[in-house]
Write a protein that binds this ligand. Structure first.
Ligand code: F6P
Length: 327
């Protein structure tokens, strides 16, 4: 018999599509299993402010299709101090919370790991970020939806790029991760992709685009990840466009629209599986685990490993294909 009677669930860091579907899965699985559930609003900030919501199964009705997070989210510096973390723990305990499910990126998982190590409160983490930049899961929650949003935008830009013979630089999110840029580059048929994980010299890009122009391409799409070392789409465009006066050059920064929107079916199912598995894991006595998907199987990875394991998430075949399929 599990000693856990009441679990807290929260979202933290950047929101991502699918977080609501995941909250729903956590709340309903917990209630189905006879537990009480408390939603903690605004992540770690809500633990400090005692921003607690005793939830029922009805509180998560009609949210499976919504982007954002009904629990709100925040980035909280005070929680990182020893005093802040102790106060958060005391507030959780005084509300009767025995265990936590944290939904967010690496900052969220790092905080949950420290809290659990210091005070012995069981935690399960669910990788929720559009960046897909966590070890322990092939895909993070929201990545598929964000990539679909980007592709929809690229498709529209392609229409106008082709009509006007234009060279478009499209900047997508990913400060440290090129996952969105690479997938969107393949699925959107881009001519080149610039990624934070790989340095691309401007000369190399110019040579590549020249080859494509020589191959009679009348319009070109270059995807630039936000964290590319050349300094973003505007900088890249400034340095490249003068060499291509036969194309009209334009820049589009997609920005935060990539973070919102109704989650794809993939993200809704992933969210449901991860939330369900997190609660089941807690009931089996698991602690400090990242719940992830690997090869269509739900797996648990110790948080210590998930947070410290080196990883490279860009698929080698996709990296090679960008050059091959864009000739
Ligand atoms: O959630 C991840 C992410 O979208 C990154 O790709 C991006 O660099 C960052 O968040 C933006 O954060 P903020 O919303 O705080 O500007």
């Amino acid at each position: 018999m599990s000693k856990i009677k009441k679990i807290g669930v929260f979202t933290s860091g950047g929101d991502s599509p699918g977080m609501n579907a995941c909250i729903r899965a956590v709340v309903r699985t917990a209630i189905f299993e006879g537990l009480e559930v408390v939603g903690i609003r605004q992540g770690y900030q809500g633990m400090l402010d005692r921003n607690f919501w005793d939830m029922t199964a009805r509180d998560v009705g009609n949210i499976i299709h919504l982007g954002g997070t009904i629990l709100k989210t925040a980035r909280c510096l005070e929680f990182k101090t020893p005093e802040g973390m102790s106060r958060a723990y005391e507030n959780l305990k005084s509300h009767g919370i025995d265990a936590l499910v944290a939904i967010g990126g690496d900052g969220t998982a790092t905080g949950a790991n420290l809290l659990s190590k210091k005070f012995g409160m069981p935690v399960m983490c669910i990788p929720g970020t559009i960046d897909n930049d966590l070890y322990g899961s092939d895909f993070t929650l929201g990545f598929d939806t964000a990539t679909n949003t980007v592709i929809e935008a690229i498709d529209k830009i392609r229409d106008t790029a082709a009509s006007h013979n234009r060279l478009f630089f499209i900047e997508v999110m990913g400060r440290d991760s090129g996952c969105i840029a690479l997938r969107a580059g393949i699925a959107g048929g881009a001519e080149a992709v610039l990624l934070p994980e790989r340095d691309t010299a401007i000369m190399e890009l110019i040579e590549k685009l020249s080859d494509q122009a020589n191959n009679k391409k009348t319009s070109i799409i270059v995807i630039v990840a936000e964290g590319d070392k050349n300094g973003g789409a505007y900088h890249v465009a400034e340095r490249v466009k003068e060499k291509f006066d036969f194309y009209d050059s334009k820049v589009t920064i997609l920005g935060h629209l990539q973070r919102g929107g109704s989650p794809s079916s993939f993200d809704r199912v992933l969210a449901s599986r991860l939330g369900f598995a997190a609660v089941k894991g807690l009931l089996k006595g698991k602690d400090r685990q990242m719940v992830g998907l690997r090869g269509n199987v739900i797996v648990l990875t110790p948080l210590e490993e998930a947070l410290n394991h080196p990883y490279f998430k860009l698929e080698e075949d996709l990296l090679e294909m960008i050059n091959v399929l864009s000739i």
